[in-house]
Ligand binder design. Structure first.
Ligand code: AMP
Ligand code: MG
Length: 425
């Protein structure tokens, strides 16, 4: 079996036009053309997961509120700690637990038993963990070698008064909501949810729900399910406009209805090229504003963007992998910006590739890869053939292998950039 995976011929190869737009410029222009929503709402924390914070949450008090013990052990004065090879005998004068204060001050020669989270007794500044002491009734023997100030969590070490707990523009997940709760905030102000119109174009498409068997040349409308899922993951409400035939009037009518629905964006797949049957770009030019790019990328070269009414329009290629790649690389960052997020790009990092990859200079390729760990080292391999219609390659993959514009073919062992799918939402 050959190690080298050949790209398959595709209609994207129809011509090698010199006027291809670099991915970075197309993405920058697209992001420039959209702006964030301004409307906000106030929600209780349990209802705010996945939403984007519209205003900084500030700490009105410190977390933790008081110096407290980080461990179960004995609170004492650092001056009573023995030197390295000696021991010290102290008197245990009480105990303190999380939520129950010590009964008295710790004086010279004394210790108070503390549980994790107990407020540090007055006079004490160090906690020796219970595994490092010997207890005999009220007598405590401490061994040498303990650090001054050890095992104490200082007031405000997590959050000082006035600190930004979570900044505006951050999507609220478990850690953020926990941090907000830790400063006693019950409601957060978030940007309103987005509504997006979704439509599939193509005479060959058959709706899953129609119950019809496929005639020769027909395909199920899989892009809709793909994009419904992708949009659900970021909490976008979808207004579903179904399948639009390759017909100028039907396309115009659908675009107008979508814009009248007051959506924040319109996403269409298919018909985005420039053939006779492709009505998306033409219709956009006619009733809205068209910015049509042939982006120097594979898969997913044609990208029709613009405006219909007030709604930004994203016309993605019909090929399922191309549609999804274009969604992740262009539409997702744009939607993040519209919903008020600050961090728009998905994380990527470099790993060694275990097999050869065929790659042409002059375009960015988003090949499908599988990240795995071999002998403790993370590496990536290709899923194999990379045709833009092979959605199975996306199913097998857990990352994109992002090969830059100036990059040529890859040999086994070369370092490549990967973008994990899990980081893409
Ligand atoms: P187009 O971009 O309209 O030229 O379509 C390119 C390819 O993608 C064709 O093979 C279409 O049948 C296929 N395709 C277009 N839309 C969809 C869809 N919604 N679901 C699955 N395949 C599609
Ligand atoms: Mg089509």
């Amino acid at each position: 079996m050959s190690e080298r995976f050949e790209p398959q011929p595709s209609c994207e190869d129809r011509d090698e036009a010199p006027d291809l737009m670099p991915v970075a410029s197309a993405r920058a222009a697209l992001l420039d053309s959209v702006s964030g929503v301004t409307a906000t709402e106030s929600l209780p924390l349990h209802a705010a997961v996945g939403r984007v914070l519209a205003e900084d949450v500030l700490a009105e008090f410190a977390v933790p509120g008081h110096d407290n013990s980080a461990m179960d052990g004995f609170a004492l004065r650092a001056g009573d700690l023995p030197t390295n090879d000696t021991t010290a005998e102290l008197e245990i004068v009480g105990s303190a637990w999380a939520g129950r204060l010590a009964p008295c001050r710790v004086e010279v020669g004394q210790a108070i038993q503390v549980a994790t989270g107990a407020v540090m007794p007055e006079g004490a500044d160090t906690v020796v963990i219970q595994e490092r002491v010997h207890v005999d009734g009220r007598r405590l023997t401490v061994l040498g070698g303990e650090a001054v100030g050890a095992n104490v969590r200082r007031a405000g070490e997590d959050l000082a008064v006035g600190a930004v707990v979570v900044a505006a523009g951050v999507r609220l997940g478990p850690a953020e909501l926990g941090a907000v709760a830790s400063v006693g905030v019950e409601q957060v102000v978030v940007t309103r949810s987005l509504r997006v119109a979704l439509l599939s174009t193509g005479n060959e498409l058959v709706s899953l729900h129609s119950g019809a068997a496929l005639a020769p040349g027909q395909v199920f409308d899989s892009n809709r399910q793909c994009l419904l899922a992708a949009l659900a993951l970021i909490g976008v409400e979808v207004v579903d406009f179904g399948i639009i035939p390759d017909d100028a009037e039907a396309t115009r009518d659908a675009f107008l209805r979508a814009s009248e629905a007051g959506v924040d964006a319109i996403i269409a797949t298919g018909g985005a090229s420039v053939s006779e049957a492709d009505h998306v770009a033409r219709t956009l030019r006619e009733i809205g504003e068209l910015t049509f790019w042939r982006v120097a990328m594979r898969p997913g070269r044609p990208l029709a963007t613009g405006l219909v009414g007030h709604a930004p329009f994203f016309g993605l290629p019909g090929n399922p992998v191309a549609a999804l790649v274009s969604y992740y690389q262009f539409v997702l960052p744009a939607l993040k910006k519209i919903m008020g997020m600050r961090d728009l790009y998905s994380p990527s990092f470099k790993v060694q590739c275990s097999n050869a990859l065929k790659k042409s200079v002059g375009r960015v390729e988003y090949q499908r890869g599988v990240l795995s760990t071999q002998s403790g080292e993370i590496q990536v391999r290709s899923t194999g053939r990379q045709g833009a219609g092979r959605l199975s390659s996306m199913v097998q993959a857990n990352c994109f292998i992002v090969l830059g514009e100036t990059q040529g073919s890859i040999e086994p062992g070369d370092w490549v950039e990967v973008q994990p799918f899990d980081g893409l939402v």
